[in-house]
Design a protein around this ligand. Structure first.
Ligand SMILES: Nc1nc(=O)n([C@H]2C[C@H](O)[C@@H](COP(=O)(O)O)O2)cc1CO
Ligand SMILES: [Zn+2]
Length: 166
C-alpha cells in the first residue's frame, strides 16, 4: 500500500532546536552542569551551536572541573576557565551577522553571556532551566536583556520522547 499523505507526527521547530541544544550539551565535560545552545535564523536555519567547555588549547584533562567553594581556591575551579555554551555558540559562528536571530539554550544565560547576546544582535532567547533564577548574575542578565529589548521565554516541554541510536 503506498502512502500518499504527509507525516503528521514530525517534530515542531521548537522541539527540533531545543533538541539540538540538548544534544549539543551532551558534549560537555562539566561533571555538574551540562549546557547546550543553538542559534537559529529568522527563517529557521541553524546558524551555530555550542556547549560549555574550556577554550581551545586548555586541556579538559589538565584544567580543573571542580567548584571554587569545594577547595576555596579560585584557580583550581572551573569558573575562570569554562566558556559558556551561549558564548561558544556566538563565537563558533563565522558566517557574518547574528542580527535578528534566536537563541535556544538549556539554561538561562548569565550576565556575561547577556552582554554578548545583546551585542551580537540576538533578539529572542528560548531557555530550558532557570535554576539560577534570583542570583545576582541572572538578575543582572534579565535587567540588561529587558533594557535592550531582547525577548525571552521558557521552553514548554511537550513530553515527546525522541530516541536516537548512534
Ligand atoms: N547559562 C549558562 N551557560 C553555561 O554554559 N554555564 C556553564 C558554566 C559552567 O561550566 C556550568 C555551571 O556550573 P555549576 O556552577 O552549575 O556547577 O555551566 C552556566 C550557565 C549559567 O548561567
Ligand atoms: Zn554565561
Amino acid at each position: 500500500m503506498s502512502v500518499t499523505e504527509k507525516r503528521e507526527d514530525y517534530i515542531t521547530w521548537d522541539e527540533y532546536f531545543m533538541g539540538v541544544a540538548i544534544l549539543s550539551g551532551k558534549r560537555s565535560k562539566d561533571p555538574s552542569t551540562q549546557v547546550g545552545a543553538c542559534i537559529v535564523s529568522q527563517d529557521n536555519k541553524i546558524l551555530s551551536m555550542g556547549y560549555n567547555g574550556f577554550p581551545k588549547g586548555c586541556s579538559d584533562d589538565e584544567f580543573p572541573w571542580g567548584k571554587e567553594h569545594e577547595k576555596d581556591d579560585p584557580y583550581n575551579a572551573k569558573y575562570f576557565y569554562s566558556t559558556h555554551s551561549e558564548l561558544n555558540a556566538i563565537l563558533n559562528y563565522r558566517g557574518g551577522s547574528l542580527e535578528g536571530s534566536k537563541l535556544y539554550v538549556t539554561l538561562f544565560p548569565c550576565n556575561e553571556c547577556a552582554k554578548a547576546i545583546i551585542q551580537s544582535g540576538i533578539k529572542t532567547i528560548v531557555y530550558g532551566s532557570d535554576k539560577y533564577d534570583g542570583t545576582p548574575a541572572v538578575n543582572a542578565s534579565k535587567r540588561m536583556l529587558n533594557a535592550a529589548g531582547v525577548r525571552y521565554y521558557q521552553y514548554q516541554p511537550t513530553g515527546r520522547k525522541i530516541e536516537i541510536e548512534v
